[in-house]
Write a protein that binds this ligand. Structure first.
Ligand SMILES: Nc1ncnc2c1ncn2[C@@H]1O[C@H](COP(=O)(O)OP(=O)(O)OP(=O)(O)O)[C@@H](O)[C@H]1O
Length: 216
């Protein structure tokens, strides 16, 4: 049973200056929007959660995923699905090849192909397995990147301006797809965004770093 993602007394500093202080629980299926001005530390917070904080930053506090402390777990073992702005597909692989990259190794060729076909159906791209990614629209590429990430079976989703490269109509569609899937699978979501509409569409709580989360 999923218990969600907890940021427990997380404090991140750069040198002597405290940048962020956050205490939050994100239940399964809920989206916590992280907003705030440029440079306030939104991406840094995600880096702390993934275990990839850059040198020069120090952090205290814990990240709990489904009740387990991630602090000692290396980034590749944390089972987090991460989506960035303009996430790139591998250009030398077909759409199906890109999706196969998200799958754990093993299983028969037929079983892997069946999973890929089912995944394509889930994002409304039946029959796209052999297509060259260069022939896809921006929204279609975004959906493939989303599904590649989901096939790795993450236990939480982290979105860093994930919808920023899309025009308004596609942005709304891809966003709705991500939120629906998160809800269906019971995945907690941390969403960094500059866009108030992203936060409204998510329908969950919003933290505004630098405003209602003053350090100290
Ligand atoms: N690798 C790094 N080394 C040193 N300082 C960094 C590094 N990455 C970011 N910073 C600094 O840390 C602060 C927070 O950066 P961060 O990228 O988390 O901000 P952000 O809120 O995500 O900004 P934006 O909205 O512009 O993406 C900024 O002052 C930035 O200049």
């Amino acid at each position: 049973m999923s218990e969600g993602l907890t940021l427990e007394n997380v404090r991140i500093a750069r040198g002597a200056a405290e940048l962020i202080a956050v205490e939050r629980h994100v239940p399964p299926g809920e989206v916590l929007a992280v907003m705030g001005p440029s440079g306030v530390g939104k991406s840094t917070l995600l880096a702390f959660v993934t275990g990839t904080l850059a040198p020069g930053f120090t952090a205290t506090g814990r990240v709990l995923l489904d009740g387990a402390d991630l602090t000692g777990t290396p980034p590749e073992g944390r089972r987090l699905g991460i989506l960035f702005q303009n996430d790139l597909l591998f250009p030398h692989l077909s759409v199906g090849g890109n999706l196969a990259f998200g799958l754990a190794p093993g299983g028969s060729r037929a079983a892997r192909r069946a999973r890929i076909d089912a995944a394509l159906a889930e994002i409304g791209l039946e029959g796209f397995a052999d297509r060259d990614p260069a022939t896809l629209s921006g929204g279609q590429k975004a959906r493939v990147a989303l599904m590649r990430m989901l096939l790795s079976d993450p236990r939480a989703l982290l979105l860093d301006e994930a919808f920023s490269g899309l025009d308004a109509a596609r942005r709304g569609q891809v966003r709705a797809l991500v939120f629906d899937i998160a809800r269906d699978r019971g995945l907690p979501v941390l969403m960094v965004t500059h866009d108030e509409e992203d936060a409204r569409a998510a329908g969950g709580p919003v933290i505004r770093l630098g405003e209602d989360q003053p350090p100290g």
